[in-house]
Design a protein around this ligand. Structure first.
Ligand code: UDP
Length: 487
């Protein structure tokens, strides 16, 4: 992407990311996209996240783009804020309320793009008169699916959690079970069943519009539904991960990697083209030790090469986590992986984009977070879907039933990361092995998925380049802000 041809008077855009990888990472990329299109972008950060954001924009600043980080100074009596990249969606960020209000009044930007997880922010922003544009991290397919569920309630009155139902009103036949729905979606209207700290709903829809990390050709019917049926003014500017063009950009995204990039790339270089499965469950998910044990057996038995990012492990201790070094791996697993070279284990944070785009990687086992879904799509990879939480079961249907580029692992039980998920029956090793073999084993069906995935990758690249829909949407929002500026 580059700036558009006609010189634009400066438009000042603020970006207020939420804490937590799946929301924070794409918002920083979005700020960079708008800076590349000629806007003056300011990313608003709590003190502890400022260095992470700064790293991501160093290159843009060196190349002369108008992008910067504004670090909030917390008021003395403010409670400290967990801004770790793996912070929970329910993290209370209201310590930033006063500093935000003061900044908006002082600077009066043309708009602020704000993450919907800052649940307190709508009123504060609207009271300052600054245009509020919302980002919620999801694509249009899942939002339309939720909308149709709300409208038609096909999940109510079923005999069992596992009885399939079809979501009415969607252009594709999408079958779900109640077990795959978020608990907060199944809860009675009084919200009696909701996990603490998690508030769904639409606290304030009186916004100027919505910025979406997706692209039109990926989900055209669902974009139309989101815009025309659900009535959203939406600018689709993704996939924004593609904006990270060089190795440096890709390596510094999110946290610092827990593995030396070169070690990882050397390991991949030694494998054949398309022969490695990349396995990751995103920035948040805490899998149970039982589930990880089954995964390890399944991956080993598949005989396929893999890079496995072991993130957090759920347990009954303190904050619900146990050490990723625990003894839950099968006996001798790690030693065998080292000796045979079949698997590389990464404990903590992996340079995901670098790995996904490596030619040796031929498939992605994913929890179907929307960013990971888009990153898989943008890398042209077919996927083994292993949804866990949030809207991930919808994204699974999108990957498998709409795009036709995925194999389901058999995960059918929605769980909140903050609830103890060791009570959930794990996806067994046989299912893991079968799904991995099906995707990576070279059968006709898998080859067809691979072909389709490559097509979608090309569409993604076209969308963000000059002449593409995402490029045009970014320009069009800037133009609109500019015109209002001149009013
Ligand atoms: N990510 C990464 N390294 C990791 C884990 C995650 O770079 O080890 C990035 C990943 O590339 C994606 C984001 O973190 O951009 C995760 O977002 P997603 O929506 O897939 O899942 P979430 O973390 O929100 O569940």
């Amino acid at each position: 992407m580059g700036s558009s041809s006609a010189p634009l008077p400066p438009v000042e855009m603020f970006f207020f990311p939420f804490v937590g990888g799946g929301h924070q990472i794409p918002m920083v990329d979005i700020a960079r996209v708008f800076a590349a299109h000629g806007a003056s972008s300011t990313i608003l950060a709590a003190p502890s996240s400022a260095p992470v954001f700064q790293r991501s924009i160093d290159g843009d600043q060196k190349s002369g783009r108008a992008i910067r980080v504004h670090t909030f100074q917390l008021h003395e009596d403010a409670v400290s804020l967990d801004t770790d990249t793996s912070a929970a969606p329910s993290t209370d960020t209201s310590a930033l309320l006063e500093p935000l209000r003061e900044l908006l009044i002082e600077r009066k930007p043309n708009c602020i793009v704000v993450d919907s997880f800052h649940r307190w922010s709508a009123e504060v922003i609207d009271a300052t008169g600054v245009l509020r544009i919302v980002f919620n991290g999801n694509g249009c397919f899942s939002r339309c699916s939720f909308e149709m569920l709300d409208a038609h309630k096909p999940h109510e009155g079923l005999d069992s959690e596992y009885e399939p139902f079809v979501i009415p009103g969607l252009p594709h036949k999408i079958e779900m079970t109640r077990s795959q729905l978020p608990h907060f979606h199944k809860a009675p209207p009084d919200g009696g069943n909701q996990p603490s700290g998690h508030r769904r709903g639409r606290p304030n829809n009186n916004h100027f519009g919505v910025v979406v990390n997706s692209f039109y050709d990926l989900e055209p019917q669902y974009v139309d539904c989101f815009r025309n049926v659900m009535g959203n003014r939406a600018w689709l500017v993704g996939p924004v991960s593609l904006f990270n063009r060089n190795v440096e950009d890709k390596a510094v995204r999110g946290k610092a990697s827990s593995v030396d990039e070169q070690t990882c790339l050397d390991w991949l270089d030694a494998k054949g083209p398309g022969s490695v499965l990349y396995v990751s469950f995103g920035s948040l998910a805490r899998l149970s030790s039982r589930q990880l044990h089954e995964l390890a057996h399944g991956l080993e038995a598949s005989g396929q090469n893999f890079v496995w990012v072991i993130g957090k492990v759920s347990g009954s201790e303190g904050n619900g986590e146990i050490s990723a070094d625990g003894d839950w791996l099968p006996d001798g697993f790690e030693e065998r992986m080292g000796e045979t070279g079949q698997g590389l284990l990464i404990r903590g944070w992996a340079p995901q984009l670098l790995i996904l785009e490596h030619p040796s990687v031929g498939g992605f086992m994913t929890h179907c977070g929307w960013n990971s879904t888009l990153e898989g799509v943008s890398s042209g990879l077919p996927m083994v879907t292993f949804p866990i939480s949030a809207e991930q079961f919808f994204n699974e249907k999108f990957i498998v039933d709409v795009l036709g580029i995925g194999v389901k692992s058999g995960s059918v039980e929605w769980s909140s990361w903050s609830w103890r998920n060791e009570v959930i029956e794990p996806v067994g090793r046989e299912k893991v092995e079968a799904a991995v073999r099906k995707l990576m084993g070279g059968g006709v069906e898998a080859e067809e998925m691979r072909r389709k995935a490559k097509e979608v990758k090309e569409m993604a690249r076209r969308a963000i380049n000059q002449g593409g829909t995402s490029y045009a949407d970014a320009d069009s929002l800037i133009r609109e802000l500019q015109n209002r500026n001149g009013d």
